[in-house]
Design a protein around this ligand. Structure first.
Ligand SMILES: *Cc1c(COP(=O)(O)O)cnc(C)c1O
Length: 432
């Protein structure tokens, strides 16, 4: 039997030196793997219990059709989500096409003209700029519809700036937007504890302010979710963490019943939203993916941790750095130049099960300001709970790596990325 190193050397043209480095990185990461496994068990227990309490049976695994009145599959799935996230209600639908759609739906449904929306975590994720209408208040954007938008930029350390937030709270916002994940930025993800502190601060000021969290990439990374610590309303994508890699489409909203009902009425039609619609045969995958999600998230976290140790050994700056607390699945690596980003992405692509022969190139994407390069041959298009690397093409050329359906795949993909970097002659500039 060949060992991994000689196999990778033969079939992946991998420099055997990297095998040693990979072993070192894995050795260093191991103590943190144990914590990840513990968190996965707690989250698995909570999700399993939600299935039990909702009494999910074979009958729920068949979606209805037509209007979807009393569709047990849809109703059971929304109950499982609500129980898992500790909320009064949930809206979980294949028709919500992405995280951006879910967030847009949430904000649109709670804000009316004249209301003020405050972002407490600085500039939101790139695709939200158009939804809010930050630079051009046109058409159907929030600002275009007469909603006022304010933003409290983060501190130098990438934390909520309480002084700025305190001042903006005086302007009486109707809702506060809190982004848990780093997005395309070097700041750390907000921990659930930090979200708790922030929500307490806002509610102490005025308990009527709706605290909304963009939970994309955050689900099941910690033992608790933002909705367990006082958040009113929260959204995410099913082709990220909670779809467990199996959901082919979808988004979710969880929170207070009145808010979820508003969003359902906005998605479907007033008075009908929570009671109608079917997932058109995708239900079983949405259930199974959610059940698997705590495990898949643990695999993704191990992959991210491995990358952070390996790139640290190689002399690159990583965020989170090894040993630091995580609250999302994203691993940022500062590759310092455009060629480095392209090379690493080429490697990730080469080590993908689908489209391994494709070469990723940076291009313009709807909703993003800079050109974005996206690598990852995924089973579900654009699914970033599968192993993917992407980067907006802007200085200081940071690549964002996330997801994997198995840790083993993440190791191989990351090594292939490092191999491509070496081919560029990066060896001369980094400290390895
Ligand atoms: C991915 C992401 C979004 C947008 O989700 P899409 O499914 O890509 O539309 C929004 N916010 C954050 C923090 C994200 O990571």
């Amino acid at each position: 039997m060949p060992d991994l190193c000689s196999y990778l050397q033969e079939k992946y043209q991998m420099d055997p030196e990297f095998c040693d480095l990979a072993r070192q990185a894995e050795q260093k990461a191991r103590p943190e793997f144990e914590q990840i496994d513990e968190t996965a068990k707690i989250n698995q227990a909570r999700v399993l219990n939600a299935f039990r309490e909702a009494g999910i049976s074979e009958y729920h695994l068949r979606d209805g059709n037509g209007y979807g009145y009393g569709d047990p599959g849809r109703e059971g799935l929304e109950e499982v989500y609500a129980l898992s996230f500790g909320t009064e209600a949930a809206l979980v639908r294949a028709q919500i096409i992405s995280g951006t759609h879910a967030i847009s739906l949430a904000l649109e449904s709670i804000l009316t003209p004249g209301d003020l929306l405050l972002s407490a975590t600085g500039t939101p994720y790139d695709t939200l700029a158009k939804i809010i209408g930050v630079s051009e208040a046109e058409g159907r954007s929030l600002c275009g519809r007469g909603i006022i938008y304010r933003e409290a930029s983060l501190t130098k350390e990438g934390k909520p700036d309480y002084e700025k937030i305190r001042k903006l709270l005086m302007e009486k916002p109707r809702a506060v937007l809190i982004q848990r994940s780093r997005g395309y930025s070097w700041r750390p993800a907000l921990s659930v504890q930090e979200i708790y502190d922030l929500v307490r601060f806002i509610k102490d000021h005025d308990s009527n302010i709706i605290c909304f969290v963009d939970n994309c990439y955050g689900e099941f990374v910690e033992e608790r979710e933002p909705t367990h610590v006082g958040v009113d309303f929260m959204a995410g994508s099913l082709i990220k963490n909670p779809g467990g890699g199996l959901a082919p489409s979808g988004g979710y909203l969880v929170g207070r019943r009145d808010l979820v009902t508003k969003a359902a009425d906005r998605l479907i039609a007033p008075g009908l939203g929570q009671n109608m619609g079917t997932n058109l045969g995708l239900g079983p995958l949405l259930y199974q993916g959610f059940f698997l999600s705590p495990h898949i998230v643990a695999e993704a976290l191990k992959g991210a941790l491995f990358a952070s140790h390996l790139f640290t050994i190689l002399g690159f700056e990583t965020s989170p750095a090894p040993g630091s607390r995580r609250s999302d699945i994203v691993q940022a690596i500062k590759l310092n130049d455009e060629e480095g980003v392209k090379a690493f992405c080429r490697g990730i692509q080469k080590a993908s099960p689908v489209d391994s022969r494709a070469v990723p190139v940076a291009s313009s994407l709807p909703g993003y300001q800079d050109k974005v390069i996206m690598a990852g041959g995924t089973f579900v298009q654009g699914s970033s709970i599968e192993l993917t690397a992407d980067a907006p093409m802007r200085s200081p050329y940071i690549v964002y790596l996330q997801g994997c359906l198995s840790y083993a795949h993440a190791v191989i993909g990351i090594l292939q990325g490092v191999q491509e970097l070496q081919c560029l002659g990066k060896k001369a500039t980094a400290t390895w």
